[in-house]
Design a protein around this ligand. Structure first.
Ligand code: ZN
Length: 354
């Protein structure tokens, strides 16, 4: 545990070189406390060893699900997205500011430091602590780790290691083969300034020309920013029930859901945010979100607990109708890792003229 907290403190200093803001340190301590409070130090040890081993073996490692929202796991590695709320940070003088009106810092406008005029870093993807402090997420992660054995296929001698987070398979794996470089952890913070709308356009262009189902959606719908893109993928990977009680994939339901439930339809996190805006406190919002994303409002439509929730919080028809269609909703944190993996592939692809 001591090794891990020392490592995290060093990573915090690397990420926030002009001083770790109080808000950032507070979130770190809280995240560490949560894992300790549930006696999940074992998870940290395992995660730390896997990251270390994966790095040694130059093998991609990708953390699935909501747990990539943990600030401590982000610091240890194997996660792309900084889970803090969207924020600007000045690497020259340490200026820190939350970005109002944006969930993802990368979607906010570029800005210079009001104190020293340096280009501010736009960071943070607003992954909520409520989603990772839940025992269920931690237990399922612990379970998955038992089966995670890094493949030994990648063994580059190239010392020019690029520090990028990675997917278990797919294109990052290919990049490693093509360039003989190890793709892991996180990219130098300065590189993120290149992750912008232009890069997003390039991802859409490539994706919409591919053969998969994402291309069918992208040829008819263009996400406005990185958040929208992650939300689109969340809907596509989720499962819903149609009017006839048939289970349908988000791929086939995408446009219908968008049309009818626009501001609610999306990831678990979008539903959670909707409930917060509707007036629920974060604990209630999490409970209701979890009930709905597990498909309990659908399968047990007349279940007393669901009917109680509807009347206690006085939900509008739009919400109850949507909830009763949800069979399983994906976490945004998970899809976000894919989005950022794509961003990095094209960011580096451009540089290397893939
Ligand atoms: Zn500054």
């Amino acid at each position: 545990m001591k090794t891990i907290s020392d490592y995290c403190v060093r990573r915090l200093r690397d990420l926030y070189p002009a001083g770790v803001p109080g808000e950032v340190n507070g979130r770190y301590l809280n995240s560490l406390w949560t894992l300790g409070n549930y006696n999940y130090e074992g998870i940290l040890d395992k995660h730390y060893s896997i990251c270390k081993k994966a790095k040694e073996m130059r093998t991609p490692f990708f953390l699935r699900g909501s747990l990539s929202g943990s600030f401590v796991l982000y610091l240890i590695g194997g996660v792309f997205a900084n889970p803090l709320p969207a924020h600007y940070y000045c690497e020259a003088c340490g200026y820190f500011e939350y970005i109002k009106g944006y969930r993802f810092g990368v979607d906010a406008p570029k800005k210079t430091c009001p104190k020293c005029k340096w280009d501010l870093r736009r960071d943070g993807y607003s992954n909520y602590e409520e989603f990772i402090s839940h025992r269920n997420s931690l237990e399922s992660y612990n379970h998955k780790l038992e089966y995670l054995i890094p493949p030994e296929s990648l063994n580059s001698e190239d010392e020019n290691i690029l520090l990028i987070s990675s997917d278990l398979c797919g294109m990052l794996n290919e990049i490693q083969w093509v360039f003989g470089r190890y793709v892991f952890d996180t990219i130098p913070t300065g590189e993120w300034s290149k992750v912008d709308g232009k890069l997003l356009d390039r991802i859409y262009e490539v994706h919409s020309n591919s053969e998969d189902s994402v291309s069918i959606i992208l040829n008819n719908y263009k996400p406005a920013n990185f958040l929208d893109y992650a939300e689109m993928l969340s809907v596509m990977h989720s499962t819903f029930m149609d009017e006839d009680g048939e289970s349908k994939s988000g791929y086939s339901e995408f446009f219908r859901l968008l049309d009818r439930y626009g501001d609610i339809a999306g990831s678990r996190e979008r539903l959670f945010e909707w409930l917060i805006d509707y007036g629920l406190d974060s604990e209630d919002a999490y409970e209701v979100t979890r009930f709905i994303y597990m498909g309990k409002a659908t399968r047990q439509k007349n279940d007393v607990k669901w009917l109680e929730m509807v009347s206690e919080f006085n939900f509008p028809t739009k919400l109850t109708e949507y909830a009763e269609r949800c069979l399983y909703l994906w976490p945004r944190t998970h899809e976000l890792e894919y989005v950022l993996a794509n961003a990095l592939i094209w960011l580096y692809g451009e540089k290397w003229e893939v």
